[in-house]
Write a protein that binds this ligand. Structure first.
Ligand SMILES: C[S@@+](CC[C@H](N)C(=O)[O-])C[C@H]1O[C@@H](n2cnc3c(N)ncnc32)[C@H](O)[C@@H]1O
Length: 285
């Protein structure tokens, strides 16, 4: 059996009882470590699970899946995914490959950032399409995400923006020269995301958002040092939310008064928050 086990959002203790049982009886345990990260070291997982953990990078999962699936028709293999195995990540390829090889698979769900973001007090029902923000470079500033944000904005819905992670990636220069030398890991911050959004708006001028648009930054959701900050994109572009991981939510026009009251508590500046709220939503605060 191939078990796809969700690990939850923060540390080794977020695994479910069912997930832990699958890990304990598995012959081999892989940890998918490139679409998201747990906020603790691999050694902590190994100590808690009582099993050695093999880190599976993108190359192994995407090109070497047969190695992961070897003998899984006779023994159990656990494939650990941070968050939920199917939350904002798809491992359908691996399941399809297992199916082709006649290997059964079972998914053990867990909390995902897609649900964990509810800690902001924003109603999950009021979210539109989730988008991803990638690191801009000097010559590459992809803005296709903007169209989807604009659609959400037009419908009055919130937008969850998931931020780029670069783990074990060669620099463009090294790639061009065929050298597999990896850059140190990089995780996008709320500040980088907000300032890239403002850069895109300057270029697109579609009015989807601007410096005074309200948003919420969420750092380390589910961890003891989780941090939430509400403010304008201009304010969030300056905020330091500490260590990864970070996400951002752009508020939709249909934000309910209860949602507003909840996020106002962690506003960078309550007076600015109220003024921008008044301007954008026309409601009294
Ligand atoms: C591909 S998505 C997450 C997929 C994962 N399978 C899940 O269900 O949560 C990775 C992005 O989600 C966001 N994210 C994940 N965990 C987070 C956390 N604990 N706090 C804040 N943002 C988080 C970050 O923007 C991160 O770059």
């Amino acid at each position: 059996m191939l078990y796809l086990v969700g690990l939850g959002l923060a540390d080794e203790t977020d695994i479910t009882v069912k997930g832990l049982e699958a890990v304990k009886k598995a012959e081999r345990v892989y940890l998918e470590a490139y679409t998201s990260i747990l906020l603790v070291e691999k050694e902590k997982l190994e100590a808690f699970y009582g099993r050695p953990v093999i880190v599976a990078d993108r190359e192994l999962v995407e090109s070497g899946s047969d190695e992961i699936l070897a003998d899984a028709d006779k023994t159990d293999v656990a494939f650990l995914v941070v968050g939920d195995p199917f939350g904002a990540t798809t491992h359908t390829d691996l399941v399809l490959r297992a199916r082709e090889l006649g290997i059964e698979s079972k998914v053990i769900p867990n909390a995902s950032i897609m649900s964990g973001i509810g800690c902001t007090g924003l109603q999950l029902y009021n979210f539109g399409q989730t988008v991803s923000m990638v690191f801009f470079t000097e010559n590459w500033k992809p803005s296709s995400y903007y169209d989807r944000v604009k659609e959400n904005v037009d419908l009055g819905l919130h937008t969850l923006v998931l931020l780029d992670i670069k783990v074990k990636e060669p620099s463009l220069e090294n790639l061009a020269r065929g050298r597999m030398i990896y850059e140190p890991p990089r995780y996008m911050t709320v500040a980088q995301c907000a300032s890239q959004m403002l850069e895109t708006e300057e270029e697109r001028k579609g009015g989807a958002f601007g410096p005074d648009s309200l948003a919420v930054g969420a750092a380390r959701v589910g961890a003891a040092d989780q941090r939430l900050v509400a403010g304008t994109l201009k304010e969030l572009a300056e905020v330091d939310m500490g260590r990864p991981l970070h996400s951002l939510v752009l508020l939709g026009r249909k934000t309910h008064d209860l949602e507003r009251d909840y996020i106002r508590e962690f506003a960078v500046d309550k007076a600015t928050f109220d003024a921008c709220w008044q301007k954008a939503y026309g409601a009294s605060s």
